[in-house]
Every structure is written in structure tokens, then in C-alpha cells.
Design a protein around this ligand. Structure first.
Ligand code: NAP
Length: 294
């Protein structure tokens, strides 16, 4: 990478942010495109977010991604928030215009990208979403964009489930969304066309656990798509077991790559080398992970 006096600045803000794989994959794509940009990790404490945005506008930063804990709290500092990001309640991609910072969410595009290549008719699909946190919101919006008929969200806290449902009430998505206690999962798994894990259960270092019990796993029908948003390890215990049930499995790496590619497209308007971004992450994760599942 050749940093010059004209190099434009991109980055990811988080707290902490040292674990982020975004600098690696974005800089690989930037190098392949021959663009004069650099993408850096920006550790920003929650109470200094407003100050940071003002400073980054002053130095002419082009745009940035946001990760925990800034995805919701950034909204008041933005001149404009896309309808999609507002519906989800989270911004992960921001760019600078003369009017100020604009924000949107590319997690939804990232989530649906591998599903869109499967050539399925989603109009009759029933989706079971495990968990009701931030990523589950992108999954619900994505399932709606695909045109799925029913979206069932399972969680362990009745209060959080009720809040989750309430937050979609004023959206058309509310009509196809239902929330359920974790204990009712067994009855739903066998009828699901798409099962998505948005919980951290099975993520490194706790690789020998699955969000589904043995009985729930056995209820997965052959041909069901089981999608785990986790990307370390690849595959997770859930995906390994689902695969032996005849399920089609998708891990979280493609979502990570595709949300990044969508952001880089916004900032640079370039034709993004998605293969390079994917390969860079696969090589990086390869050593410590199980063999890839897709
Ligand atoms: P989050 O907001 O903290 O949500 C996590 C959800 O999991 C919450 O609903 C939580 O329930 C639930 N949960 C945690 N432990 C559980 C357990 N033992 N039993 C049942 N439910 C449990 O986190 P997030 O931002 O949504 O991220 C969730 C996962 O998705 C992480 O593994 C993250 O790495 C992954 N992710 C991947 C991508 C990608 O690009 N591939 C993007 C975003 C996120 P409570 O609310 O009751 O605590």
C-alpha cells in the first residue's frame, strides 16, 4: 500500500475495535482496485462519539463503518439516516456529504446476499430466527426483503421479545413477525424453511455448543437452509449437525464480506472485487478454523 498526500481515509469505529477484520478485507480490496484510500480501525469511547464525528469531518474523512457499541447511538449525530437503517434501529455505514454525515445499514444486504443466489421462491417461506438482539433486526428486515411469508423470532427474555415485537409495530413487517419463548422452539424447527442463528452460542471459544438441543436438531428437515451468522469457527457445531440432517448450510463469512463490499461501493462507487475480500478473510481465518462449509 502506497500512502500519499492525497490518500483518502476510511475506517471502522468501535470500542473495542482491535479484533475487527474489516481493515484487512477493505485494504485488500482497495489495493486490488489501485485506489488511493486507506481503511483503519478507530477506537472511539462511547462518550466521545460526537466529538470524533466532528473531528473526522474536519479532517475530510470519506466514510466509516460502525460496530458495537456505536450502531444505535450514532444516529443523533447524522444529518440523514436511510429508511432501512431507521427501521432496523442501527447504522453500520456512514459517508460524508456537504450537508453532513449520512448513514445507512448494509448488514441487511450482506445477510441476504448468499440467500439470493440460491434460486428459491421465498414467498411461502417460514423463517425461524434464534435470538432477538441487533443482528436479529437485520435478519428480520432481510427476510422481509426476500418476501418471506412468516418470520418467527425466538428469545429467552419475555420482556426483550415484547420490546422487539413492539419496535416493528408501525412497520409493514410487523404483520408477518411473531415472537416466541425459547422453550417453544421444538415445534417450530420442523416447519422452518430457513433457520438463522443470531446468538453467539457456538462462537469461539465455546465451539462445542449449539443453540439447538439434540431433539431440535433432529427435527431439521432435509433441504432446510440453516444459516449461522457466526464466522469463527467455520463451520459451527450447529452447521455441522444441520449438514448431517441434509440441511443446506451458510456461515457468517459471506455476510461479513458482502456488508463490507456494499459499504465500499457506497464510498468509492467502484466495482468491488468481492472475491478478493472473501479470499483474504478465508486465508486469515483458515489456520484456526474448521474446514469451510461453503
Ligand atoms: P446482541 O445484540 O448481543 O444479540 C445477541 C442475542 O443472542 C440476544 O438476543 C441474546 O439474548 C441472545 N443470546 C445470547 N446468549 C444466549 C443464550 N445462551 N441463549 C439464548 N439466547 C442467547 O449481538 P448481535 O450484534 O446481534 O450479534 C449476535 C451474533 O451475530 C454474534 O455472534 C455476532 O458475531 C454475529 N454477527 C455476525 C455478523 C456477520 O457479518 N456475519 C454481523 C452481525 C453479527 P438476550 O437479549 O436475552 O441477552
Amino acid at each position: 500500500m502506497n500512502i500519499t498526500g492525497r490518500t483518502k481515509l476510511l475506517g471502522v469505529m468501535g470500542h473495542p475495535v482491535t479484533h475487527s477484520l474489516s481493515p484487512l478485507m477493505h485494504n485488500a480490496a482497495i489495493a486490488a482496485l489501485g485506489l488511493d484510500y486507506v481503511y483503519v480501525a478507530l477506537p472511539i469511547a462511547p462518550e466521545r462519539l460526537g466529538e470524533a464525528l466532528t473531528g473526522l469531518a474536519a479532517i475530510g474523512m470519506v466514510g466509516f463503518n460502525l460496530t458495537i457499541p456505536h450502531k444505535q447511538t450514532v444516529m443523533p449525530y447524522l444529518a440523514e439516516v436511510s429508511d432501512l437503517a431507521r427501521a432496523i434501529g442501527a447504522v453500520n455505514t456512514v459517508w460524508r456529504t456537504e450537508a453532513g454525515w449520512h448513514g445507512t445499514n448494509t448488514d441487511v444486504a450482506g445477510f441476504i446476499a448468499p440467500l439470493q443466489t440460491m434460486g428459491r421462491d421465498w414467498s411461502q417461506a417460514t423463517v425461524v430466527c434464534l435470538g432477538n438482539g441487533g443482528a436479529a433486526r437485520a435478519v428480520v428486515a432481510g427476510a422481509d426483503q426476500l418476501g418471506c411469508r412468516s418470520i418467527q423470532v425466538f428469545g429467552r427474555s419475555p420482556e426483550k421479545l415484547a420490546q422487539f415485537q413492539q419496535s416493528w409495530q408501525s412497520s409493514p413487517i410487523g404483520a408477518k413477525l411473531s415472537v416466541h419463548a425459547w422453550g417453544d422452539l421444538a415445534g417450530a424447527i420442523g416447519a422452518a424453511d430457513l433457520i438463522v442463528n443470531t446468538t453467539p452460542i457456538g462462537m469461539q471459544p465455546n465451539v462445542d455448543v449449539s443453540p439447538l438441543s439434540p431433539a431440535e436438531t433432529l427435527a431439521i428437515r432435509s433441504g432446510t437452509i440453516v444459516y449461522d451468522l457466526i464466522y469463527v469457527p467455520r463451520p459451527t457445531q450447529l452447521l455441522q449437525q444441520a449438514q448431517s440432517q441434509g440441511a443446506i448450510v451458510v456461515d457468517g463469512l459471506e455476510m461479513l464480506v458482502q456488508q463490507g463490499a456494499a459499504a465500499l461501493r457506497i464510498w468509492t462507487a467502484a466495482d468491488i472485487p468481492i472475491g478478493i475480500m472473501r479470499q483474504t478473510l478465508e486465508q486469515h481465518l483458515g489456520g484456526g478454523s474448521r474446514s469451510p462449509v461453503k
